[in-house]
Design a protein around this ligand. Structure first.
Ligand code: GLN
Length: 305
């Protein structure tokens, strides 16, 4: 579509000044320092056309959006037996909930809640020599972007205050579903969440989920078509925790949010779109990013339904 630029400019102007009663996440103290007024959008099509507005090239903490990247790498390395460790069902609960784990005997409902992503990090640790370095290298390769970095301050800030994640990891370990050292698994998880990217970089890194024929610079596929389809399916049903139904209802695309205020959404065979606005609604998803995406898929008639 040629008028993406016009459409994003007009929605940006509409949504920018809407009253937002949401709050910037500050349970990770370092995230609380980000200006709530940031607002950026990028859409990148599978034929690599890119349209942007606002703070689209400022880097921010991608937080839970990294859960797609850790899952992708773990799925590649572990194959179908990954699903013996983590399920593919929506949780209908907050991202950091401990509630279902006891009844489910330590098997997290899906890889996009904290419990699931921590297990995925554990799986990766069993495969990788230097998990942090190897994971970062993987992200650089699939995006052809040498500029990706962790934010040490954010990772350390979460480490000091990550009591829930520490509890989750211990609880899962008590059921035998964490194989490695707890402190090392959590350290790796916190670093993956601290990755920083701009809207433009995020849209680019997830093109492999939008484009069936995507290959890296080296000519390698990231995932098989069937694996990419499956990740999109889990994104649609589980990408927004206990608001996944609402996101499908209003926006109608597979996607993932993070408490840094970013949302990535994927239209298979067409584009990736990323919106960043740091104020979060009560479910931990960016209020304005959701609003923007709802308008966008409505005006372009480009939801998957
Ligand atoms: N690092 C964050 C946490 O574990 C990620 C949560 C999120 O973005 N929803 O709490």
């Amino acid at each position: 579509m040629d008028n993406y630029q016009k459409i994003i400019e007009s929605i940006y102007a509409d949504v920018k000044n809407i009253e937002d009663s949401g709050k910037v996440a500050n349970y990770i103290p370092e995230l609380g320092n980000v200006s709530p007024d940031n607002f950026g959008i990028n859409i990148t099509t599978i034929d690599k056309k890119s349209f942007s507005i606002g703070d689209f090239d400022k880097k921010f903490s991608i937080q839970s959006i990294s859960k797609i990247l850790t899952l992708t790498m773990a799925y590649k390395l572990q194959g179908e037996t990954l699903w013996e460790r983590v399920d593919v069902e929506p949780s209908g609960n907050p991202f950091n909930s401990l509630l279902q784990l006891e009844a489910d005997l330590g098997k997290p409902r899906n890889p996009f809640i904290n419990a699931g992503a921590i297990v995925v990090c554990d799986v990766l640790m069993s495969h990788l020599k230097n998990p942090k370095e190897d994971f970062l290298m993987f992200c650089k390769e699939i995006s052809n972007n040498p500029h990706l970095k962790y934010n040490n301050k954010v990772a350390q800030s979460e480490k000091i205050t990550g009591f829930r994640n520490i509890a989750l990891c211990n609880f899962i370990k008590s059921f035998g579903n964490i194989k490695n050292n707890i402190d090392q698994v959590l350290d790796f998880y916190f670093y993956t969440c601290s990755l920083e990217m701009s809207c433009q970089e995020l849209s680019q890194i997830f093109l492999f989920l939008a484009d069936d024929h995507f290959t890296t610079q080296k000519g390698d596929r990231v995932l098989s078509m069937s694996q990419a389809k499956r990740i999109n399916a889990i994104l649609l049903t589980c990408g927004f925790y206990d608001e996944s139904g609402e996101f499908a209802f209003r926006v109608g695309l597979p996607g993932k949010s993070g408490v840094g205020g970013g949302i990535v959404a994927i239209h298979p065979d067409e584009y990736c779109i990323t919106v960043w606005s740091p104020k979060l609604n009560k479910k931990g998803n960016s209020y304005k990013a959701m609003l923007f995406l709802e308008q966008f898929t409505t005006q372009t008639a480009s939801s998957i339904f």
